[in-house]
Design a protein around this ligand. Structure first.
Ligand code: ADP
Ligand code: MG
Length: 310
């Protein structure tokens, strides 16, 4: 349905997006996961016809979207990273305004507004000024605006940033429903791996403007089949112990956590024994050891050497 080939965006000397290739099939829910500054918003802007790339193409059902962007826009529902609503106006007035921009009028517009308000469950608050809404409610209206003209694909740029966990779950559940029940195609951008893990059939991981890996959740985790994650709890963090960990060739990543260390290690029989030896020679006590299945966060750490939230 949507395909980006060799997409590039160069700002002066900076490559914000560097040779990105991605596709989305009709009905799929696709995630674009990456830390702040990875190039997600820039990619989304190009895919949504808002920013012409410095190189590469984007095709929608085989047609270049920059040939006649205005003919493609009706099919796209774009939820920008920044909330784009008029604060002084009510939800109803905002939806009416944006509906008219899409060329909707009269009863058709009224019906569509009613439908999206029901969908985001804000019908009873429709006459309140947006400035009196919570962050989560604003996000929901932002989403309602994008759905007003019945797009074929919903493109969301970090739609849950800055809201409470309950509103966040609400939005996630809603997007999941739109995809699974209403068969709406989804492109979902986030720096929260739990979100894309929960929501997306397929995931692209982005860092420094490039796609560093892609696949289903399971495929991405299988990158780590020869590795496992070990959480070591200790009574106290210790420099000598940390140094021993850093010098061990089987330990590929070390992250200091509140009560100990999170290690990504090459599978190794003798490593556990070694950990206890290190603790003894450092005069500290290992209070717990857990071997975990790798998470997407671990895959990210493995590919880029840093945590998603850095
Ligand atoms: P993300 O959405 O993943 O946080 P962005 O696409 O916003 O990443 O940004 C990618 C990179 O491009 C960042 O280094 C950012 O500073 C830079 N960038 C984004 N927009 C502009 C712009 N208009 N001019 C110059 N640099 C930009
Ligand atoms: Mg962004």
């Amino acid at each position: 349905m949507l395909e980006a080939q060799n997409l590039e965006m160069k700002y002066k000397n900076k490559l914000a997006v560097d040779n990105v290739n991605l596709y989305i099939e009709k009905g799929e829910s696709v995630g674009l996961l990456g830390p702040n500054g990875a190039g997600k918003s820039t990619t989304i802007s190009m895919i949504s016809t808002l920013l012409p790339p410095t190189k590469g193409t984007v095709k929608y059902n085989g047609k270049d979207i920059f040939d006649k962007p205005e003919s493609i826009r009706p099919f796209l529902g774009v939820v920008p990273q920044e909330i784009a609503l008029y604060d002084e106006l009510s939800a109803l007035e905002n939806l009416t305004f944006f509906g008219k921009i899409h060329g909707l009028r009269g009863q058709v517009l009224k019906d569509k507004i009613q439908k999206v308000l029901e969908l985001v469950e804000l019908t009873d608050r429709k006459k309140d000024a947006v400035k009196n809404y919570s962050g989560g409610m604003k996000r929901r209206i932002n989403l309602a605006v994008a759905l007003l003209h019945d797009p074929e694909i919903l493109i969301m740029d970090e739609p849950t940033v800055g809201i409470d966990p309950q509103s966040r779950n609400y939005i996630l559940d809603m997007v999941k429903k739109l995809n699974k029940e209403k068969k709406l195609t989804i492109l979902y951008t986030s720096h929260y791996m739990e979100e894309v893990e929960k929501l997306c059939d397929r995931i692209y991981i982005m860092d420094h403007g490039q796609i560093v890996a892609s696949g289903t959740n399971e495929e991405l985790k299988s990158i780590l089949t020869n590795e496992e994650t070990i959480e070591v709890s200790v009574n106290v963090h210790d420099d000598h112990f940390t140094e021993c960990l850093m010098n061990n060739q089987s330990i590929n990543q070390i992250t200091k956590e509140e009560n100990g260390y999170r290690l990504i290690v090459s599978k190794s029989e003798e490593l556990l024994v070694k950990l206890f030896e290190y603790a003894k020679s450092s005069n500290i006590v290992i209070t717990g050891i857990q071997i975990k299945k790798p998470t997407l966060e671990d895959v990210f750490l493995h590919l880029t050497g840093k945590k998603l939230r850095d």
